[in-house]
Write a new protein. Structure first.
Length: 319
């Protein structure tokens, strides 16, 4: 039996949290520092300096000791130590480990990753309606604050599970995180519009390009944002771009529009280790971070999206 013990995160006390940034080499880091990070192109640090307590609200941990769910493909290890190298490069100190679809409802890689990374981390798990209330409470105690529905492909979760599970996890203060192609989001609009719990859409809601902000997906997301219970992740600029690097001008325009429309309900993340991208086509995480101030030009909004909004959504301590 494989044992991945998430209880380790509970032995990391306040002193460990206070020294985490220094231990990772995040303080006094020169702009010219070079960083070799697995699953990330380039070595330079970003020019943009993130504010204290910045949270990377979307990344994954993979562990090849855990077998993939039926239909899943093996993935190389993307370990907590690998992620710490990315933190050192970008300057973030908080994060959210998102359960990869690869493992279905076997949340051990995510829980073990959270435990290894320490108390500055939260997680998003995958469950089905068969999950017990006791298991939800256990996951809450370990730092889980949401559940993910990867509806981009056939897998563990389905759209009909969303409403009943949303009602259950809403009582815990959790949210339901949606990864779904933009056209399918529009096709499921009736379901999303009637949900009263918190919804979080991955990767700019996959607004299709080149339509972008003129797409039906963006228009629906504006309706959902206006309801007050929907959040958008300003992540995955590379996911739907037709322009590509270094500007990602088309998806940057979508990110800018979301940030302007709802700066109190956007969060940012890396999507490291970029599982949708081939090993020879991984993006430059420093370049992606340096684009952030181009679509969030207001400094107060930057702090809100990088620090305050994650504290609200994922239950981090308020600064």
């Amino acid at each position: 039996m494989i044992t991945l013990d998430p209880s380790r995160r509970r032995v990391l006390g306040g002193a460990a949290a206070a020294t985490l940034g220094a231990a990772l080499g995040l303080q006094g880091r020169p702009a010219s520092a070079q960083h070799n990070v697995r699953f990330s192109t380039g070595t330079a640090a970003p020019t943009f300096k993130v504010p204290p307590n910045t949270a990377d609200c979307h990344f994954h941990i993979y562990d090849n000791r855990v077998p993939p769910a039926a239909g899943g493909l093996p993935a190389p290890d993307a370990t907590p130590d690998d992620y710490r190298a990315l933190q050192a490069r970008l300057g973030t100190t908080r994060g959210v480990v998102v359960q990869p679809s690869l493992y279905g409802t076997d949340n051990r890689p995510t829980l073990a990753g959270m435990a290894a990374l320490g108390p500055n981390f939260r997680g998003v798990a995958v469950v089905t309606p068969a999950v017990s209330d006791a298991e939800l409470q256990r996951l809450h105690g370990l730092g889980i604050r949401g559940i993910r529905f990867n509806l981009a492909q056939a897998g563990t979760t389905t759209l009909d599970m969303l409403e009943p599970l949303s009602q259950r996890v809403d009582a815990l203060g959790w949210h339901c995180q949606i990864n779904m192609p933009g056209d399918k989001i529009v096709a499921a609009s009736d379901t999303f519009l009637k949900i009263r719990g918190k919804l979080v859409f991955d990767h700019l809601a996959h607004c299709p390009q080149p339509a972008g902000v003129q797409s039906d997906t963006f228009k629906l997301m504006r309706r959902l944002l206006d309801q007050g219970n929907t959040w958008v992740k300003l992540t995955g600029l590379y996911a739907d771009t037709k322009v590509g690097p270094p500007t990602y001008a088309d998806t940057v325009a979508v990110a800018r529009a979301f940030a302007a429309a709802a700066p109190t309900r956007c969060v940012w993340g890396t999507d490291w280790p970029h599982p949708t991208e081939r090993q020879d086509n991984k993006p430059d995480d420093a370049l992606l971070l340096d684009l952030f101030p181009t679509f969030v030009p207001n400094e107060a909004d930057r702090t809100r999206i990088l620090v305050d909004n994650p504290a609200e959504l994922y239950d981090f301590p308020k600064a």
